[in-house]
Design a protein around this ligand. Structure first.
Ligand code: ZN
Ligand code: ZN
Length: 141
């Protein structure tokens, strides 16, 4: 009577439990409307917040120097560390924290595509200018 060891079965049990939790969450999302945690009106589950709350999240229009920020110096307008320049999609405040925390701690994986779009947003105009500048200098259009 040799029984198989229990070790390899545990990861499968965990995966099954995680799948059941995900299924229950999906069913609840179908049955119950998603309400914006920022203001309580209906919102798309893939975005968590309603349009008005998403638009109220402050965005930065300029890059920051991550090196100066880490050392407690003024991060805006730094010319000394061009390799440490970063663009922040959102200022971290009450509404942006709700979205980030839902993704990180409540396993709302469906929020990831929308957050990816938000992360890419500050880079779009800069890339377009770079591409356009390159085309003009090489004679392509
Ligand atoms: Zn709202
Ligand atoms: Zn700097």
């Amino acid at each position: 009577m040799n029984e198989p060891p229990l070790g390899p079965a545990l990861p499968s049990a965990r995966r099954l439990a995680a799948s059941l939790v995900g299924l229950a969450r999906d069913l609840a999302a179908l049955a119950l409307p998603q309400l914006c945690p920022g203001c309580g009106v209906a919102a798309e589950p893939a975005r968590l917040l309603c349009d008005a709350c998403l638009e109220r999240i402050p965005r930065l229009a300029m890059p920051l120097c991550a090196r100066c920020l880490a050392h407690g110096r003024e991060p805006v307008g730094c010319l000394a560390h061009p390799g440490h320049r970063v663009w922040a999609a959102w200022v971290y405040e009450e509404r942006s924290a709700l979205v980030v925390q839902a993704l990180k701690y409540r396993e709302r994986i469906g929020l990831a595509p929308g957050l990816g779009e938000e992360l890419a947003r500050p880079l779009r105009p800069r890339r377009a200018r770079t591409w356009w500048s390159r085309c003009r200098s090489t004679g392509h259009d």
